[in-house]
Design a protein. Structure first.
Length: 167
């Protein structure tokens, strides 16, 4: 397997990891808005995976990529004050350990994806391939921005409720 094929297979694996993480988070949370948004993140990761599969198939058959860069279609809006959880969730955040952990893990997954896509972009020889990885970087950055914003929105309340520090 050549280096480019290996990068696509690795990318499919971490998109798959994100899909399963967000699917589990959507199933486990009781907050309706969080359920919807974790579900959307899972759908986005699945879409990334499918595009990578197509890239891999093109590369295996023809040795090149003929796909256009994917458009950003996520319904996740990082501009919202609370892009994932409902305002009522913040009031009950003290016992929401799983959801807070899911945010932290999601942040790490997105950061890892961004770094890997940047590395793959550096290794790519064709401009078209670089543009594809740029599109994936933008997708993951949008997810990362929303997750970080959500974590910051909830963090102080979570710390206070769990007495992590003397406030």
């Amino acid at each position: 397997m050549d280096d480019f094929s290996r990068s696509l297979v690795e990318a499919m694996q971490f998109e798959n990891d994100g899909y399963h993480h967000y699917t589990a988070a959507a199933q486990r949370t009781e907050d309706p808005k969080a359920k919807q948004m974790f579900g959307q993140l899972a759908e986005d990761e699945l879409s990334h995976h499918k595009t990578l599969e197509l890239m891999f198939a093109d590369h295996q058959k023809q040795g090149n990529i003929k796909l256009k860069p994917p458009r950003i279609k996520s319904k996740l809006d990082p501009a919202q004050e609370s892009p994932i959880f409902s305002p009522e969730f913040r009031e009950r955040v003290g016992d929401k350990h799983y959801e807070m952990s899911a945010l932290s893990i999601g942040i790490l997954l997105e950061q890892n994806s961004i770094e890997r896509y940047k590395n793959y972009r550096r290794q790519a020889k064709e401009l078209k391939t670089k543009r594809l990885f740029n599109a994936f970087i933008r997708w993951e950055e949008m997810h990362l921005e929303a997750l970080i914003k959500q974590q910051q929105f909830l963090q102080q309340s979570y710390w206070e409720a769990n007495r992590f520090a003397p406030f």
